[in-house]
Design a protein around this ligand. Structure first.
Ligand code: COA
Length: 174
């Protein structure tokens, strides 16, 4: 089986990033706080700015999994410039296209993301929220060293149905 390559995406490849992100929001409405309806109306300038900011690591970064030239997965993280919060990175946008799942692609993405976050001197931990019903995602994060540290009840409301979130975090060794 060909192994996916983990890459950062130059800003000019924004249409591919847009395609994958909108696929994620459409395919997995209960996995993300943002919705397809929120983002499909974004202008080209917004997508370009998003890619540029991640590529330049301006308080965020995103990695993509590429297989035979096509994007099949992604994982991002952002951090604050605020003095009291800048040691925390928030992981978001973790997604692998359905036909490519179960091949270790998300694990590659998260491992790379954690390595790169850890290489930033100020970052001491990675945090995230995940739908408590997303069994695959919770298992993925636990496998990669995250632990559940809290919960938010009825935090997501999708098509009239409520979902609880787990708060999870991964502390880097100092
Ligand atoms: C969660 C997701 C990213 C996993 O992607 P993937 O590439 O299939 O995951 P991997 O193949 O790298 O699996 C890594 C680990 O995740 C866990 N995992 C993955 N799929 C699983 C499943 N269906 N059931 C249980 N555990 C699973 C396992 O611990 C696995 O390790 P193992 O193979 O040694 O058992 C993918 O299912 C997805 O995109 N889901 C929808 C979006 C989503 O929920 N994103 C998270 C938002 S917080």
């Amino acid at each position: 089986m060909t192994t996916a390559e983990i890459i950062t995406l130059p800003p000019e490849r924004w249409p591919e990033a847009k395609y994958l992100r909108l696929e994620a929001l459409r395919e997995e409405p209960t996995a993300f706080a943002s919705s397809y309806e929120d983002e499909r109306a974004f202008s080209d300038d917004i997508w370009l700015a998003r890619l540029k900011s991640a590529y330049e690591r301006d308080k965020n970064m995103t990695f993509y999994a590429q297989l035979e030239g096509a994007l099949v997965g992604m994982a991002g993280a952002g951090w604050s410039a605020k003095i009291k919060l800048r040691h925390v990175a928030e992981v978001y946008g973790v997604y692998v296209s359905p036909p490519m799942r179960g091949r270790g692609i998300a694990a590659l993405l998260i491992r790379r993301l954690l390595e790169e976050l850890q290489s930033l001197a100020q970052i001491e931990k990675a945090s995230l929220t995940v739908n408590s019903e997303s069994i695959a995602a919770v298992a993925l994060y636990e496998k990669l060293g995250f632990e559940i540290v809290g919960a938010a009840k009825r935090e997501l409301k999708v098509a009239g149905q409520y979902y609880h979130l787990h708060y999870m975090e991964h502390h880097f060794e100092s």
